[in-house]
Design a protein around this ligand. Structure first.
Ligand code: NDP
Ligand code: MG
Length: 390
């Protein structure tokens, strides 16, 4: 196969699993470029093992550390400029976008402009600017291959199907760390409690998003763009076992689902090998061991952020950009112990309320809306704090 890969976010949860997939398939993939943030120790090991030509780091300190170790053997760039250089490396076929947050947007756009296929983990990019990213991919003839397990499942179910035959998409949700918690319990929830996900080991931001069901809401918007599906034909099903990764219902009433052990290396490998499959030694699904599978309706009352995502998606334009940016800020404040768990939804709701919708924002307007929402979210958090003091 021999495909050349760029990896943005190499030191994260998806990034390290992507490199595990690459290492497990000798001769199939070459890593030409890697972008990390601040985890330089791990990046140095990755450079040693995968020998990329270009790497990117978050700051000058990181650049100095890489240069001290590898000299001129690897080109080291910094910040957004570095992310773009990694994403547009001339020999790269597929860019794996595994940074967290809307910082992934510009490098993804630049990669598409350079004609690269995208293996997309960074869902915030599609939420922030799905209309621009999907149009650009189409115009350039580039594939956007989903890494997110639910979207990979749907992609697999839709393989060789005609879009007119699809009736609806059913996205499954584990329900996150607080699946069975009451609102009162959530009000006093701790960061470590929210980080304790029952089925998946993931980065901190997405684990908190899973606990609020924001992650599922972001995935609804992601599915809307990836599969060109109206919001009233996307359903969410809580499925605590995380074995059925998602389903597609067709016009004849037939339903296809993709099942597997909850291991992100399976959808990562599928995105890298598409349209082929490669053998993998991941844990096989044993349905006899699993025994029973359960499904229930999501509770929009206990998890209002899921409803807000549907609302933002339906409003369209710049609203999903604003929803996402406000959530990124609130999620981080919660992780820093500066606000309570339920303040996340409060912050997002207030910022959305204050937003003047732009119906078809340009890239520049998306970036402005993102920056505006971040600043508003900080403002709302200050107001919430003042309210509590009184
Ligand atoms: P992690 O927090 O584990 O990793 C994030 C990665 O991005 C790290 O390599 C980090 O670098 C890097 N990074 C963060 N900020 C910057 C920046 N400003 N500049 C350059 N690099 C940066 O996240 P995950 O791997 O969990 O998630 C990545 C994306 O994949 C998210 O969009 C998430 O929603 C999505 N996803 C994740 C899943 C999972 O199982 N984890 C499942 C489905 C989707 P460093 O650590 O070196 O600072
Ligand atoms: Mg997912």
């Amino acid at each position: 196969m021999s495909r050349t890969i760029a990896l943005l976010g190499s030191t994260g949860s998806i990034g390290t699993m992507t490199l595990e997939v690459v290492a497990s398939q000798p001769g199939e993939f070459r890593v030409a470029s890697l972008a990390a943030g601040r985890n330089i120790d791990l990046l140095l090991q990755q450079i040693e093992q995968f020998r990329p030509e270009i790497v990117s780091v978050a700051d000058e300190e990181g650049r100095t550390a890489v240069r001290e170790r590898f000299g001129s053997k690897v080109e080291v760039l910094v910040g957004l400029e570095g992310l773009i250089a990694v994403a547009t490396h001339p020999e790269v076929d597929i860019v794996v976008t595994a940074v967290v947050g809307s910082i992934g947007l510009i490098p993804t756009v630049k990669a598409l402009e350079a004609g690269k296929h995208i293996a997309l983990a960074n869902k915030e990019t599609l939420v922030a600017a799905g209309h621009l990213v999907m149009d650009l991919a189409k115009q350039k003839g580039c594939a956007i291959l989903p890494v997110d397990s639910e979207h990979s499942a749907i992609y697999q179910c839709l393989h060789r199907e005609r879009s007119v035959d699809v009736d609806r998409i059913l996205l499954t949700a584990s329900g996150g760390s607080f699946r069975d918690k009451t609102r009162d319990e959530m009000r006093v929830a701790t960061v470590s409690g929210a980080l304790n996900h029952p089925n998946w080991a993931m980065g901190a931001k997405i684990t908190i998003d899973s606990a609020t069901l924001m992650n599922k809401g972001l995935e609804v918007i992601e599915a809307h763009w990836l599969f060109n599906m109206p919001y009233d034909r996307i359903d969410v099903l809580v499925h605590p076992e995380s074995i059925v990764h998602s389903l597609v219902e067709f016009v004849d009433g037939s339903v296809l689902a993709q099942l597997g052990s909850p291991d992100m290396r399976i959808p990562i490998q599928y995105a890298l090998s598409y349209p082929d499959r490669m053998p993998g030694s991941y844990k096989r699904l044993n349905l006899l061991e699993v025994g029973k599978l359960h499904f229930r309706k999501p509770d929009f009352e206990r998890f209002p952020l899921l409803r807000m995502c549907f609302d933002a998606g339906r409003a369209g334009g710049s609203m999903p950009t604003v929803l996402n940016a406000a959530n990124e800020v609130a999620n981080e404040y919660f992780r820093m112990n500066l606000i309570g768990f339920l303040d996340i939804e409060q912050t997002v709701a207030h910022v959305m309320d204050r937003h003047q919708l732009l119906t078809n924002p340009s890239l520049e307007e998306v970036l402005e809306a993102d920056a505006w929402a971040r600043q508003q979210a900080c403002q709302v958090v200050r107001e919430l704090e003042l309210g509590q003091e009184q």
